[in-house]
Design a protein around this ligand. Structure first.
Ligand SMILES: [Zn+2]
Length: 501
């Protein structure tokens, strides 16, 4: 390939809409161009990098025993209806109807398609374990596409799905993918931080995300260097601090607090620490009102809460529901005297002494609030998010936060799709059993952007050798006519090394 004949449309200036480094560098180096919001074209040099990454992904997936397939990008709505996700996927899934009125989605993920494929081709436990993957385009109707190819509407993903006869088999498939992912990112020259992630109702360490540390990351990671505890903020646990010794238990007292509604207002009004307050938040979970009580400085972790109560849908309640549950307008809710709503407490609440909370009465709060005497804790769970400085649940050291971009995710799915779509095989005794599934994704374009974010200097991208678009740049140094003969050896050399380029 000659540079003079190549299309390499570099830019001198940063494009105005490119706010992150990888986006700027990929545009300026002529790797990509924007088609429209959240959609990018890859120019020849960008495509070379993308293909090198997919080549590494493919080699490592094959090495781990997975088999490559290629599924249609338009996926039949019938299968989504079988799994129940036609209703639950929400507006991010792009849905289309053909001229005959048949419905499809532009696949945002392919659990249904692969489950359907597998049920049509296997029938015996002897066919398992099976791990199928594809490297294909995915679609998501992002509400706000941004950061170049990092959050786009259309992207290339490697997605794999494992099928095993039992949990031990799934553990083995999952571990093989965990190792393969480590090799893939190593070979692509990017440092990832594998973190425990929220795994819905599967529990345990059944989900791991591969994160690239980055200021622009949309995920927060909680890390402990002492024991290597690593988790994303949806999942991260923390040990609650010791209870501070308090003076005697105070009497419950109603305090007039006109227009004092938020924790900020309360801190000013009562002149005390945020964690003196019991923050009560009203939700609607699967159609039913729910009060959640956490210390004042803490945020409710909706992932943890959803997992604990087993809800599919969780939304903040509107003013009308708040008034119905508490008998007061927004801003004065508290657990004292609530009779008709389910209340879930964070596990730290039971240790709070002489707290302050809403009185369920307009313009009033209660001080001297104490658990057991003033309200009963029937349900408690870890439902708040960890933050920097919190105590590591494994070793007791303080944790710190980092922002990260997710480039890969491995997940033990369980029986959700195989059961819903009735995928069964016969076991050795001839009885029908349902295989258990895992799924494993890598964002290929994101991996490329992450490599750029991590490897650059003031002069531009410094490609890791394994994914560099070209390995050799051959320069003929003749500059004058008399020296033209010197070009010939360069031409010869080019011929010799062509097959390695
Ligand atoms: Zn630790």
């Amino acid at each position: 390939m000659r540079v003079s004949k190549y299309i390499l449309p570099t830019l001198k200036e940063n494009p105005s809409d490119a706010v992150v480094l990888s986006h700027r560098l990929m545009m300026r180096a002529g790797l990509i161009r924007k088609e429209s919001a959240g959609m990018y074209a890859y120019l020849p040099i960008g495509l070379r990098v993308l293909r090198k990454i997919t080549g590494i992904v493919k080699e490592e997936m094959d090495r781990a025993g997975a088999h490559e397939c290629l599924m249609p990008e338009m996926t039949n709505a019938d299968y989504w209806k079988e799994s129940g996700r036609w209703e639950t996927m929400g507006p991010e899934m792009i849905r289309i109807t053909d001229r005959n009125g048949l419905e499809y989605s532009l696949g945002p993920t392919h659990e249904e398609s692969f489950t359907n494929l597998v049920r049509s081709v296997i029938s015996s436990y002897r066919d398992l374990p099976l791990n199928l993957y594809q490297i294909n385009t995915k679609f998501r109707d992002e509400i706000r596409p941004r950061f170049g190819v990092i959050r786009s509407k259309e992207f290339i993903m490697k997605d794999a799905y494992s099928f095993d006869i039992d949990q031990a088999g799934l553990d083995a498939s999952y571990n093989a993918m965990s190792m393969a992912y480590r090799r893939i990112f190593d070979r692509c020259g990017i440092a990832t931080i594998p973190v425990q992630a929220d795994s819905g109702n599967m529990g345990g360490s059944a989900s791991e995300e591969f994160m690239v540390a980055s200021e622009i990351g949309e995920e927060t990671l909680l890390l402990c260097d002492k024991c290597e505890y690593r988790a994303n903020s949806e999942k991260a646990e923390y040990t609650r601090g010791e209870v501070k010794s308090e003076s005697a238990v105070e009497e419950l007292k109603e305090v007039l607090t006109p227009d004092v509604k938020t924790i900020e207002d309360l801190v000013k009004f009562f002149k005390c620490d945020e964690d003196k307050f019991l923050k009560s938040v009203i939700y609607v979970a699967d159609g039913k009102p729910l009060m959640v009580v956490v210390p004042g400085s803490r945020e409710v972790n909706e992932h943890k809460l959803k997992n604990f109560i087993g809800a599919l849908e969780l939304d903040l309640a509107n003013d009308e529901v708040v008034e119905k549950v508490t008998g007061a307008p927004f801003g004065f809710a508290g657990p004292v005297g609530i009779k008709d709503a389910r209340i879930v407490f964070d596990i730290s609440v039971k240790n709070m002494v002489n707290a302050i909370t809403g009185a369920n009465k307009k313009d009033y709060h209660l001080s001297g609030v104490n658990p057991v005497r003033d309200f009963n804790i029937k349900e408690e769970a870890d439902i708040t998010s960890a933050r920097a400085g919190d105590i590591c649940p494994k070793c007791g050291s303080p944790m710190y936060e980092k922002k990260g971009i997710e480039v890969g995710h491995i997940f033990k799915l369980g029986y959700k799709y195989t059961k819903a779509m009735n995928l069964t095989v016969l076991d050795e005794k001839g009885a029908s059993i349902t295989p258990i599934m895992g799924c494993y994704g890598i964002g290929v374009n994101r991996t490329m952007a992450a490599a750029v974010e991590q490897n650059n200097d003031e002069r531009g991208i410094i490609w890791p050798k394994s994914i560099a678009p070209f390995q050799v740049h051959l320069i003929g140094i003749a500059k004058t006519d008399e020296e033209t003969a010197a070009v010939e050896p360069a031409e010869k050399l080019l011929d010799t090394i062509k097959e390695y380029l």
